[in-house]
Design a binder for this molecule. Structure first.
Ligand code: FAD
Length: 429
């Protein structure tokens, strides 16, 4: 890989997610920084569900990585897939060649976890990338186009039902957005279809939705979902799915061609790490400096990392954007401290709270100083998400979209640009 030599030490960062971009900012002018990502853009994952449900355009939640760091000196971005590293020779191998490093940072995030069930990967819909969100948008709209042409029967009925597995923030937000699509938007596009036939199920193995939030927030979110017509099934675990029938561990079944898998994530570490530093869910074990266990110059951040030794988070920190950002800030400061031979500071997470929206005027927000629900929470949710979006244009366009949708109950992005079918619908991808 052709990176000019520099007098500065070189930090190679894999991953332009929340952690990666924050670290580049922190190291600006102090190190030579090489950022590697398989995409040439940063994705704001918290709003993927709005792309999937035709609420906002994909371009509004992604941002070119080169543009974020325009004007940075001694910064190089390469669009490449990192494959393996060798800490001894300090070489990272990618699909476009090798690059040497003084420090290597693994900020590779996570992928959807199917808990070893390959059938689920093939037959379900996922929402971990902007491509998958766009596929889901096409898929939902195609289903209704197809329903118009099909004779009555169980095949047709299976097109109407949506089952979302996993009632964390992603599942809850998606269920709410689908319910709004069903109520306000789709009936205008497909007046021939009786949308009472469309059923949205949200299922979870736990005893409440938003299990990571407090009980009051969970109850309120459940209440909102039920008001919106979502069928929430708790204490149910999906055991199997064959493309039309979801079978639960207790033997009950649901009939659908659309199973959306939002039930878990796993890390996908690159080669070069010894197996004993990788947890069963693919996270990389680090110390509180984010240094990978048994390594000196290799670090892991964000969703990909699991810090050991923090008494408050013995099982690792939550896999959320704030953790990724704060870890990157801390590592950036520590690497600068290393230049001045100063002592490093261990990471300690400042939990700023959590929130989720269920739909129009309906959200739950929890911080250390404020717990609120309803319209005010919804305003806070919108404000926070807008602030964390990268790029002024993106913020402006999203705000404009939200305002227009709020006023006219419509959504503008009901486009099937790139048709998508998965194996559950009989047409291979
Ligand atoms: C649908 C959804 C909704 C979410 N909602 C929220 C929310 O509301 N609030 C919240 O706080 N968090 C939310 N999260 C979680 C949040 O997005 C993550 O915690 C955060 O993105 C983690 O940041 P990261 O930098 O560790 O990884 P990521 O942001 O996932 O970035 C990883 C980067 O690494 C790149 N990469 C991976 N492997 C390689 C490789 N081998 N070579 C090159 N590049 C590679 C990827 O392309 C990606 O750009 C949500 C996640 C999803 C999927």
């Amino acid at each position: 890989m052709d990176i000019p030599a520099s007098e500065k030490q070189r930090v190679v960062i894999i991953g332009g997610g929340f952690a990666g971009i924050e670290l580049v900012r922190k190291l600006r002018d102090k190190f030579q920084v090489v950022l590697i990502d398989r995409n040439n853009f940063h994705t704001f994952q918290p709003l993927l569900y709005q792309v999937a449900t035709a609420g906002i355009e994909p371009d509004s939640i992604i941002f070119p990585l080169r543009k974020i760091f325009k004007g940075y000196k001694d910064f190089y971005f390469r669009m490449a897939k990192a494959i393996r590293f060798d800490a001894e020779s300090k070489v990272l191998t990618t699909d476009i060649g090798d690059v040497t490093f003084d420090y290597l940072v693994l900020a590779t995030g996570t992928d959807t976890s199917f808990f070893g069930n390959e059938k689920l990967r093939e037959l379900t819909l996922q929402m971990k990338s902007v491509r998958e969100a766009l596929d889901m948008r096409s898929y939902i709209l195609q289903n209704f186009e197809q329903a118009l042409t099909m004779p009555e029967g169980t095949e047709k009925e299976a097109l109407f039902d949506y089952v979302i597995c996993g009632a964390g923030p992603t599942g809850v937000e998606l269920a709410g957005a689908l319910a709004e699509l069903k109520k306000h938007v789709l009936p205008n596009d497909y007046p021939e279809i009786d949308f009472k036939r469309m059923q949205i199920y949200l299922i979870d193995g736990g005893s409440r939705v938003l299990g990571a939030m407090n009980e009051k927030s969970s109850e309120k979110a459940l209440d909102y979902l039920r008001q919106m017509g979502v069928d929430v099934l708790l204490n149910k675990r999906v055991k199997d799915y064959d493309g039309t029938t979801v079978t639960m561990a207790d033997g009950t079944t649901l009939h659908t061609k659309s199973l959306i898998w939002a039930a878990g994530v796993k890390g996908v570490p690159i080669e070069g790490l010894s197996p004993d530093v990788i947890t069963p869910s693919g996270r990389i074990l680090t110390d509180r400096m984010n240094r990978v266990k048994n390594q000196q110059i290799v670090f892991a951040l964000g969703d990909a990392a699991q810090i050991e030794g923090d008494p408050v988070f013995e099982k690792g920190h939550p896999q959320v954007a704030q953790v990724a950002i704060q870890q990157a800030t801390q590592l950036g400061e520590n690497l600068v401290r290393a230049q001045g031979r100063m002592q490093w500071k261990p990471f300690s997470y400042r939990d700023k709270g959590s929130m989720a929206t269920v739909g129009r005027n309906k959200a739950v927000v929890e911080t250390s100083w404020l717990k609120t629900q309803g319209f005010f929470a919804w305003l806070i949710w919108m404000f926070v998400h807008l602030m964390f979006l990268v790029g002024f244009r993106n913020r402006f366009v999203v705000l404009l979209n939200w305002t227009i949708s709020y006023i006219n109950y419509d959504r503008g992005m009901r486009l099937i640009i790139r048709p998508f079918r998965n194996k559950a619908n009989g047409i291979s991808q």
